[in-house]
Design a protein around this ligand. Structure first.
Ligand code: AMP
Length: 283
């Protein structure tokens, strides 16, 4: 079978996290200075590095089987593309924003006005859904300054923290979509036999990212309380110790819950608590 081709962002904010994820999944490849293509030493996979905004088109045209890009760009492309796996980085929202000191307060107020965006299709679909007729002005880059330039009355733009909007005197009045980086293929991509092994490896890394492995010793009679505190992936592992009144308990826990779990475990009698990183969770 021929090598599976995967298009990755060659620069920009999704580029490094995408490469990092593939490496964490165990793929062995070298990046050349020009970053055009890379062969993978331990998998039948070829990496192609292209502009983030071109990746949906590469996949839709069948030049590559898979790609990593933003869900926002997939929505804008609108072709026969299938999100195969959300990748947990590059989170942002596509929002409708208006000047803070203006006369537009709601979507309905935009009737007959101009909206600047790099996402004309998503914006047009949204306006249609809202029953508002407005003019969509396509701009590339620096969308947020267009109201100050008198080019538009509102913008539809990507935001992560909202600080760029604030700096430009804008406020968001609606969210069109929430985005993150996604692995995409053409419709039916998941039925290609070469795809599931790659997806499983990537997913195992993503599943491990927010989790830790926790080990502790505790009095045997505290097990019921400990079990309530840490349900684990399929319940904690419980092992006897040389002292029959004591047990060892191991479990996978959400990292975000540690601050809550540890004091509760101590109160239940647990001690010698160890927390270690998890590399992959294979299901
Ligand atoms: P790039 O312009 O190449 O850095 O990447 C643009 C992509 O990064 C967008 O299409 C989004 O999917 C994603 N992204 C994540 N956060 C942001 C943000 N604050 N602004 C713009 N794009 C973002």
């Amino acid at each position: 079978m021929s090598a599976l081709r995967l298009a990755l962002p060659n620069k920009g904010r999704l580029a490094e996290p995408a490469v990092e994820l593939l490496r964490a999944a165990g793929l062995d490849f070298e990046l050349s200075a020009r970053r055009l293509t890379a062969g993978v030493a331990n998998a039948d996979l070829e990496l192609l590095f292209v502009r983030t905004e071109d990746i949906a088109e590469y996949v839709a045209d069948g030049l590559v089987e898979l790609g990593v890009t933003g869900a926002d760009l997939v929505a804008e492309h609108g072709g026969d593309l299938e999100p195969v796996l959300p990748l947990g980085f590059g989170a942002c929202s596509l929002v409708l924003a208006v000047p803070r000191e203006g006369d537009v307060a709601t979507v309905a107020d935009l009737a007959g006005r101009r909206i600047a965006t790099s996402f004309p299709r998503v914006t047009a679909r949204y306006l249609e859904g809202e029953g508002v007729e407005a003019q969509v002005v396509e701009v590339r880059g620096a969308v947020e300054v267009t109201p100050q330039l008198g080019v538009a009355d509102a913008v539809v733009d990507l935001v992560a923290t909202g600080s760029t909007l604030r700096m430009n005197g804008l406020r968001a009045i609606a969210t069109l979509l929430a985005s993150e980086a996604v692995l995409i293929g053409r419709g039916g991509a998941a039925s290609d036999d070469r795809v599931p092994p790659l997806v499983d490896m990537l997913r195992s890394v993503l599943d491990a990212r927010g989790r830790e492995y926790m080990m502790m010793n505790a009095p045997a009679d505290s097990l019921a309380r400990i079990r309530e505190i840490i349900p684990g992936l399929s319940g904690p592992t419980v092992m006897p110790l040389a002292d029959p009144t004591q047990i060892a308990v191991h479990s996978v826990v959400e990292r975000s819950q540690l601050w809550r779990i540890v004091p509760a475990l101590k109160a239940a009698g647990a001690r010698d608590i160890l927390v270690v990183p998890i590399e992959k969770v294979m299901r």
